[in-house]
Design a protein around this ligand. Structure first.
Ligand SMILES: Nc1nc2c(c(=O)[nH]1)N[C@H]1C(S)=C(S)[C@@H](COP(=O)(O)OP(=O)(O)OC[C@H]3O[C@@H](n4cnc5c(=O)[nH]c(N)nc54)[C@H](O)[C@@H]3O)O[C@H]1N2
Ligand SMILES: Nc1nc2c(c(=O)[nH]1)N[C@H]1C(S)=C(S)[C@@H](COP(=O)(O)OP(=O)(O)OC[C@H]3O[C@@H](n4cnc5c(=O)[nH]c(N)nc54)[C@H](O)[C@@H]3O)O[C@H]1N2
Ligand code: SF4
Ligand SMILES: [Mo]
Length: 673
């Protein structure tokens, strides 16, 4: 039997056709009828059947730490967790219970919503998500300039003529804040349609190889290119004449960017002035532009100013909320255009007790405060909801010690990880083929106003349970009313939870009756300007950011010989799929990548140790001719070769967001053979 569903590994949420023989997942291929992914899948999506049947899967709850961990039944495991939560609530108050919600739950609609409600219901503010270890600069600038942190500008892939990518590699990642299924064909169609693609990246990436132009920029210098472009566009772009009608703060912006001198910018970015002029010419001839950043920017020291200048770039050229530029997806399910959004001027709340300096924004504390809070004894219980903090948070050794010191560490996962290894309670979740779902959390990241509903493709194996059920059961034991209906474990309850979202969607009937993606429309315009912007104008007068721009120009950082860059691998999703290969496929192996001349300078060792001011990692060294000589790549997500040994929350934390420096960390390479 063939069943249509969608992949819930990454933002792209590609359509899948799963062949089920009896209870066995026999094959997975792309769904040709899915209007955005059009039959495309990557190896990860095609290996979900392997994941479903894998011997290493967590199939039964277990309780206890280390050698004393034993398998348990659900009732005993949940009773024990509930007793501990209850005792901690009584003794230490709600903020002693924390949650880390990450990539593994981002696509479990019922589970994620129920987990978040549980935390709210017990009254805890200790919420941490992967957003603050990935890209807090995006919601920050959206809030400061647009008034609401959830505004996500989207590439207008059908009508734009120019796309710039700063530090993002969608051919591998399938998009950062824009979901990009079927990326190669999509970029080729864009080009065939007269569009030009410019990639700004220190690596000649898989996306750069397809691009019309690649600027192999010095790491960390994107903001200089953007500041320079804004300066020149204020002088030359026709839309600049009407900037005051669209935005406040045009004068202070102009004064700030006046400092971006041609020579200074060209030298600091390692990009010839002729190339910068060519880019400017492309912008002027396109009129409106789409430009996106990825983790190369969002994890760098200049993340906030780069994102601010990126927004200024779009607003000066009248490219936001207008055809041919970038649009804002109100969401098929979310329907943001019909809601009262929680507008804000960007003033944060203080951080948690141990680190009040690490600001609380968007309803959560930054991940960089989690370990300090545990060390200070403020958190007794951490619930990890689809995450692997040991390979995601900085200061690996401190993270290991802090997690081991918790009296209760509940980890909900599908496979054993470095983090389940430290847990006191491991709760086995259903995998994505075992649950009904909606394309909910990333509804407004999609390239169309579109959504999909899926039934569970197969029944859960063994004792795997849906996450919504786990939290409903915990709440019941604590005497809390979490879900408005009974919490019996059956498909109907799961569907009822999802139906609350379906009922509010654009067209519930179409959504529930389409086996594949339902599209309401392509790009729509105007709702942000009409409903969201404070007095109808973008706020370019973000003084703290303008001051930071000036400070960065006046005190340029030292030029580093070697820096660590974030970069994703096609076969992985963070620490996932290290051990799960598609049928007939091979596994990715950890490696440190450096340019051929950097490898030669070390004498071609097989093994290399990469050292940062915070720690060292040894792994196999591979030459990568796509890298600049000053750039070193070690993808995050490995257990032994854990890049989190090289990053730290001790210094270099961004004061506005609490973000950790993960792009542009100074490193040194040494042969280790
Ligand atoms: N130095 C450095 N640090 C980084 C990064 C970097 O580039 N460099 N990247 C950062 C970024 S962008 C991110 S998003 C974070 C990633 O941080 P995390 O999201 O914490 O990392 P993952 O490895 O994706 O962990 C997801 C976990 O969810 C589990 N899982 C998978 N499917 C399911 C499911 O259906 N249900 C449940 N309950 N669990 C499931 C997986 O087995 C896995 O253990 O790391 C960040 N850290
Ligand atoms: N296959 C795969 N897909 C994934 C993931 C995965 O692990 N594997 N993870 C998912 C997650 S959690 C996320 S957050 C997204 C991330 O999505 P992307 O941000 O698109 O991630 P990357 O592919 O790592 O692209 C980052 C790029 O930034 C470049 N870079 C590094 N430093 C700089 C700099 O200073 N300036 C510029 N201009 N470029 C720089 C790197 O060379 C790299 O090409 O991907 C998601 N999709
Ligand atoms: S790109 Fe791969 S992992 Fe991402 S949704 Fe598509 S098939 Fe799944
Ligand atoms: Mo991420």
């Amino acid at each position: 039997m063939d069943v249509q569903t969608f992949c819930r590994v990454c933002n792209a949420m590609c359509g899948l056709v799963v062949t089920v023989e009896d209870v066995v997942i026999a094959k997975i291929r792309g769904d040709e009828t899915h209007a955005l992914s059009r039959g495309y899948t990557c190896a990860k999506g095609r290996s979900l059947g392997v994941l479903h049947h894998d011997d290493r899967r967590l199939n039964q709850p277990s309780v206890g730490r280390g050698d004393s961990r034993t398998l348990s039944d659900w009732d005993d495991a949940l009773d024990d967790v509930a007793d501990r939560v209850s005792a901690s609530l009584t003794e230490h108050g709600p903020d002693s219970i924390a949650m880390y919600l990450a990539s593994g739950s981002a696509f479990d609609t019922a589970g994620r919503r129920t987990a978040e409600r549980f935390l709210t219901l017990i009254g805890s503010k200790q919420k941490y998500t992967a957003t603050t270890i990935d890209t807090p600069s995006k919601p920050l600038i959206a809030e400061l300039v647009g008034g609401w942190s959830g505004l996500t500008p989207l590439w207008d892939h059908e009508s734009s003529k120019l796309l710039l990518l700063f530090g993002s590699n969608p051919v591998v990642s399938h998009g950062h804040s824009n979901a990009m299924p079927d990326p190669v064909r999509r970029f080729r169609e864009f080009q065939d349609n007269g569009g030009a693609l410019w990639v700004i990246d220190p690596r000649r990436t898989e996306t750069a190889a397809l691009a019309d132009h690649h600027l192999q920029v010095r790491p960390g210098s994107d903001w200089l290119i953007l500041g320079w472009l804004v300066r020149r566009l204020l002088e030359d772009h026709p839309a600049a004449a009407t900037l005051n009608q669209r935005a406040t703060g045009a004068e202070s912006l102009a004064a700030t960017v006046a400092l971006f001198d041609d020579q200074l910018v060209s030298t600091s970015c390692d990009i010839a002035i002729e190339s910068l002029e060519a880019l400017l010419g492309a912008v002027l001839s396109a009129g409106r532009v789409s430009a996106l950043t990825g983790t190369g920017v969002s994890m760098s020291a200049s993340a906030n100013v780069t994102e601010y200048l990126l927004w200024a770039f779009h607003i000066v050229t009248d490219s936001y909320d207008t055809p041919g530029g970038m649009w804002f997806n109100p969401g098929y399910l979310l329907r943001l255009d019909q809601r009262d959004l929680p507008l804000s001027d960007g003033t944060p709340e203080p951080g948690p007790k141990s680190r009040p300096d690490l600001p609380r924004r968007f309803g959560e504390y930054p991940c960089s405060a989690l370990v300090p809070e545990i060390e200070a004894g403020n958190i007794t219980t951490l619930i990890v909801v689809g995450g692997n903090p040991v390979t995601a948070l900085p200061d690996r050794d401190r993270t290991l010690a802090a997690l081991s010191s918790l009296s209760t560490l509940v980890v909900i996962d599908v496979l054993p990880t470095e983090t389940t290894g430290l847990a006191t309670h491991v709760l086995p979740a259903v995998d994505q083929l075992e649950r009904a779902d909606l394309t909910w959390l990333l509804d407004s990241f999609q390239l169309a106003v579109a959504a999909q509903f899926t039934e569970a493709v197969v029944q859960p194996l063994y004792e795997r349970r849906p996450m919504w059920w786990m939290f409903a059961q915990l709440a019941k034991r604590l005497g809390l009313e979490l879900l408005p209906q009974d919490t019996e474990l059956n498909d109907e309850t799961e569907k009822r939870l999802l139906m609350q979202l379906v009922d509010r969607s654009v067209d519930p009937h179409s959504l529930m009756n389409s086996p594949s993606l339902t599209i309401a429309s392509g790009a729509v315009y105007g709702w942000v300007t009409a409903n969201v912007l404070p007095s109808g104008k973008w706020r370019l007068d973000a003084l703290a950011l303008q001051e930071e721009v000036v400070d960065r120009l006046e005190n340029p950082p030292r030029r580093l010989t070697s820096v660590l860059l974030p970069s994703r691998r096609l076969k992985l999703m963070n620490s996932q799929f290290r051990d799960i290969a598609p049928p007939g496929g091979t596994l990715e192996q950890p490696a440190i990548y450096a340019s051929p001349s950097a490898v030669a300078a070390l004498g071609h060792p097989k093994l290399v140790t990469v050292t940062s001011p915070f720690g060292a990692v040894t792994a196999r060294l591979l030459p990568d001719q796509t890298l600049r000589d000053d750039s070193v790549v070690l993808t995050h997500g490995w257990g032994d070769a854990n890049v989190c040994a090289l990053t730290s929350a001790a210094t270099g934390i961004d004061s506005l967001t609490g973000m950790v420096l993960q792009s542009g960390v100074e490193v040194e390479l040494r042969a280790a053979d």
